[in-house]
Design a binder for this molecule. Structure first.
Ligand SMILES: Nc1ncnc2c1ncn2[C@@H]1O[C@H](COP(=O)(O)OP(=O)(O)OP(=O)(O)O)[C@@H](O)[C@H]1O
Length: 224
């Protein structure tokens, strides 16, 4: 089984206001197509861990592998490239640009990566909107669509560069139960049919129970 992401003995300390050992010897693997949730009480270190796994925080001890490559000591430019190419993000808040159209919002990470022609990017963005059943919204401004629709646009944007893994920080935290179910079903389908890996921090037990695996954290450690 191909491993998409591997954390080996990750430790993280916050140095201020006092020295605080926030992540303690975290090790796990995420395989291709695996849908994993991370749960744990507020303050146990979930977001801190996701920040490291998503390559945004480089101030940690231990090793991080992306598609079997050790990326821990990569410079910021390389990490920014790897992040954009291989990792899609879905947050609690959608972070869409409200004055841009839905299509333009979805295209943005592909423009940044600049590995496809403008025509290909438009074609790919339409394809992602079709997968998420929101192609009819393509020309609307992001400010003109509902909360549930915005989150689906955010997922389409996360998919645009065909990442190896989608990371979510409470992606259903702002949604009602209907839209949360919708997002869950989209993620499940992506993992089963596209063999996409998903790693989602959530407080929603119903959501987590239906993922392939729950990683439970307590006081900066993974509960064995
Ligand atoms: N920049 C920082 N400096 C010092 N301490 C921090 C910093 N950021 C977070 N912490 C502390 O680290 C711990 C873990 O925070 P983190 O945000 O990872 O928790 P979490 O599990 O994601 O919580 P929640 O479920 O409430 O989002 C908390 O005790 C928090 O107060």
């Amino acid at each position: 089984m191909h491993t998409v992401l591997e954390a080996k003995h990750i430790n993280k300390y916050f140095k201020k206001p006092v020295l605080f050992h926030v992540l303690k010897d975290i090790s796990f693997k995420i395989n291709k197509g695996e849908f994993t949730s991370i749960m744990g009480k507020s303050g146990c270190g979930k977001s801190t861990l996701l920040y490291i796994l998503s390559t945004m925080d480089t101030d940690y001890e231990g090793e991080l592998y992306l598609n079997d490559d050790l990326i821990t000591d990569s410079d910021h430019l390389k990490l920014s490239y790897l992040r954009n190419k291989h990792i899609g993000f879905v947050f609690q808040f959608h972070y869409l640009l409200s004055e841009f159209s839905v299509l333009e919002n979805v295209m943005l990470p592909a423009k940044k990566l600049a590995e496809c022609s403008a025509e290909e990017i438009i074609h790919n963005a339409h394809e992602k909107l079709r997968i998420l059943n929101i192609e009819h919204l393509a020309s609307k401004r992001a400010s003109q669509i509902s909360g549930g629709e915005k989150q689906r646009v955010a997922i389409a944007r996360a998919l645009i560069n065909n990442p190896s893994i989608i990371m979510g920080d409470e992606p259903t935290g702002n949604l009602d139960s209907y839209n949360s179910e919708n997002v869950f079903n989209i993620f499940k389908e992506l993992s089963e049919e596209e063999k996409l890996s998903l790693l989602v921090v959530t407080h929603d037990e119903d959501f987590a129970k239906r993922t392939d695996r729950i990683i439970t954290m307590e006081d900066g450690r993974i509960v064995p």
